[in-house]
Design a protein around this ligand. Structure first.
Ligand SMILES: [Zn+2]
Length: 327
């Protein structure tokens, strides 16, 4: 052991003689540790989610003429590695920008609007990091038959981010349904609300979570009082994020989960978004984890419920594309 100790002493003496090189050595070690940690934040780690009791399947009595359609308006490109932990850097995911038309005898609804007519101009309001390559389709306003458009009574955004509300600008005067937290988020003019706040004359219709617990979520709002469209709070991605449950006369049910997860893997593995994306957006990790657990538990216990992340085109596959309809 003596030679090693002598070697160690010699190294120490050298470091005392060359303090700059020892500082650089320390910084290099720190950098290596930081880089290793950063790389690990993209690694496939299964998200640990709590056990949730979602209770009985909520009753619903939708009218027979109720139906839904999906209206794609375009896509934007994101590496899978940025969409969920464990995704590949070489695999590109086309993030869907799709709105849902709910036809209901008491008035039609739009859940999210996808890209509107002015999306190119709206994109210039965003930080350059968020301006991914995109493919623009036809905006909802230009696809809807007049009768369907005239029958829309409100827009329900899953949250206020640009890719969900871009088309609000095309429906002048149509009420946008927001909860109290949503109104506060929009009024704060905080990051993520730039595009919505750039629109003139938006009419907000505030709703309250005045209903009881719903599939594990603590409260709810029944839009038509018939159980067919029920909104629950799911803050985490943004303070105003919601899940919209749509329950059809056929017994088929959908949970439009917005950006709770960006791709199905977020729910199926489950896998959270990479740390960098959560950090940049300012997500509340604990809220997201709990909401993922609730949706997983609900869809496992009640297979008639399909969860639909807003940006995963695969999740919309069982919903007819407009103008056809699913019952
Ligand atoms: Zn989004």
């Amino acid at each position: 052991m003596a030679p090693a100790t002598e070697g160690g002493n010699a190294r120490l003496a050298r470091m005392r003689r060359h303090p700059i090189s020892s500082t650089l050595f320390g910084l290099a070690i720190l950098l290596l540790v930081a880089l290793s940690w950063f790389a690990w934040t993209f690694a496939p780690v299964r998200l640990d989610v709590p056990q949730i009791d979602v209770g009985p399947l909520p009753p619903t009595t939708p009218l027979a003429s109720m139906a839904i359609s999906a209206i794609p308006t375009g896509t934007y490109e994101t590496p899978a590695a940025l969409a969920f932990r464990g995704g590949s850097w070489s695999e590109k995911r086309a993030f869907a920008a799709t709105g849902i038309l709910v036809r209901h005898p008491k008035g039609n609804l739009l859940i999210d609007t996808g890209f509107g007519r002015n999306v190119e101009r709206q994109l210039t309001l965003l930080p350059s990091l968020q301006q991914s390559p995109h493919h623009l389709g036809t905006p909802i306003i230009d696809r809807l038959a007049k009768a369907d458009a005239d029958a829309i009574t409100a827009i329900i955004p899953t949250h206020a981010h640009w890719d969900h509300i871009s088309g609000v600008d095309d429906f002048h005067g149509l009420p946008v349904m927001v909860n109290d937290a949503g109104q506060r988020f929009i009024d704060s003019h905080g990051e993520g609300t730039e595009v919505l706040n750039s629109f003139h004359g938006v009419t907000y219709r505030t709703y309250h979570f005045d209903g009881g617990s719903y599939l594990g979520f603590p409260s709810s709002h029944d839009v038509y009082s018939d159980g067919s469209v029920v909104i629950v709070p799911a803050p985490g991605h943004t303070p105003d994020s919601v899940v919209v449950f749509v329950n059809l006369p056929s017994g088929k049910r959908y949970a439009f989960v917005g950006d709770l997860v960006w791709q199905m893997e977020g729910l199926t593995r489950p896998a959270e978004k990479p740390w960098m994306m959560r950090f940049l957006i300012g997500e509340d990790r604990s809220e997201i984890r709990t909401a993922i657990a609730r949706i997983r538990a609900a869809t496992k216990l009640y297979p008639q419920i399909t969860a639909v992340p807003a940006h995963d085109g695969r999740a919309f596959s069982s919903i007819a594309i407009y103008p056809a309809s699913t019952r």
